[in-house]
Write a protein that binds this ligand. Structure first.
Ligand SMILES: NC(=O)C1=CN([C@@H]2O[C@H](COP(=O)(O)OP(=O)(O)OC[C@H]3O[C@@H](n4cnc5c(N)ncnc54)[C@H](OP(=O)(O)O)[C@@H]3O)[C@@H](O)[C@H]2O)C=CC1
Ligand SMILES: Nc1nc2c(c(=O)[nH]1)N=C([C@H](O)[C@@H](O)CO)CN2
Length: 239
């Protein structure tokens, strides 16, 4: 029996990307992840058969080098690409506004764009809906953000790439976006931040990675959904 085509998850060594990688491994689905920081979990993933490729997408060279390795190591092609890699940088920190915008456009626009352009030809097969690309955007694409201006704008560009690539790659490949609001906190989030964030949605929870896993499974099982953004935001738009 021919080996199933692997799913590529960018930024797959922590939090949502890691949960997705572990989920697919449990399902017997081959997985390739990119990682930037070599967390201890990388060893466990490799033991479980995950192909872990070091890649820093902060330069086009890093992006294209990752794509080259993917093409060289996977002549039979890919089942899907999940563009999870991201940085959530606010204005007013150590970096200048110009550097924040550059970094946000690099990781959320240039990296997905270049990876899709260089890898789409090996995603899926000749069959309709045999391949998938998933972009992780954000609820703030709808509303903007006064604290993460460049981040929101870059995710809005990624949202638009969803429709462009859906038009270009149909019917062989479906291209969709997932637009989360609060899914999981960061360790440094204090109690007042956490309560304030919970109060922004109708559901008032941080649902965790499983919420995203369920939706990714649906998108990959669909024969029809493409060019759409799927909100996972607890009804935040109705608050
Ligand atoms: N968590 C949440 O509540 C929400 C998440 N989202 C979106 O969901 C996705 C996953 O979120 P989450 O798991 O919290 O993301 P994290 O910010 O925790 O992790 C993102 C991953 O991307 C990697 N990464 C960042 N910059 C680069 C780079 N330049 N090159 C290569 N890899 C890089 C990180 O590597 P490293 O660990 O080495 O830095 C990390 O593994 C993201 O796209 C995010 O924007 C949207 C709304 C809410
Ligand atoms: N790359 C990341 N993007 C985002 C994160 C994160 O931790 N990493 N977190 C959020 C927040 O949860 C926000 O949705 C609610 O405060 C947004 N994006």
């Amino acid at each position: 029996m021919s080996q199933a085509q692997p799913i590529v998850i960018t930024g797959g060594a922590r939090r949502i990307g890691l949960a997705l990688a572990q989920h697919f491994v449990t399902c017997g689905q081959p997985v390739i992840i990119s990682y930037r920081t070599h967390y201890p979990v990388i060893g466990e993933l490799e033991q479980a058969g995950v192909c872990c490729i070091a890649a820093d997408f902060s330069t086009d060279e890093g992006v294209l080098n990752f794509a080259r390795q993917i093409r060289e190591q996977n002549p039979a092609g890919l089942r899907a690409i999940i563009h999870n890699a991201s940085q959530w940088i606010a204005e007013g920190g150590a970096s200048s506004d110009a550097d924040v915008m550059t970094a946000m456009l690099q990781i959320h626009v240039r990296a997905p764009y270049l990876l899709n352009q260089t890898l789409a030809s090996i995603v899926g097969s000749s069959e309709t809906a045999s391949g998938d690309i998933v972009h992780f955007t954000d609820y703030v694409v709808e509303r903007g953000s006064d604290k993460h201006i460049a981040y929101a704008a870059s995710k809005a560009a990624l949202d638009n790439l969803t429709r462009s690539f859906a038009r270009k790659l149909a019917p062989r490949i479906k291209v969709n976006a997932i637009a989360p609001s609060l899914i999981m906190f960061n360790p440094e989030d204090n109690a007042s931040y956490r309560q304030n964030a919970l109060d922004k949605s109708l559901m008032r929870i941080a649902p965790g990675e499983q919420e995203i896993i369920h939706l990714v499974d649906y998108l990959l099982s669909s024969q029809y959904a493409t060019g759409r953004t799927f909100a996972v935001d607890g009804g935040r738009h109705l608050r």
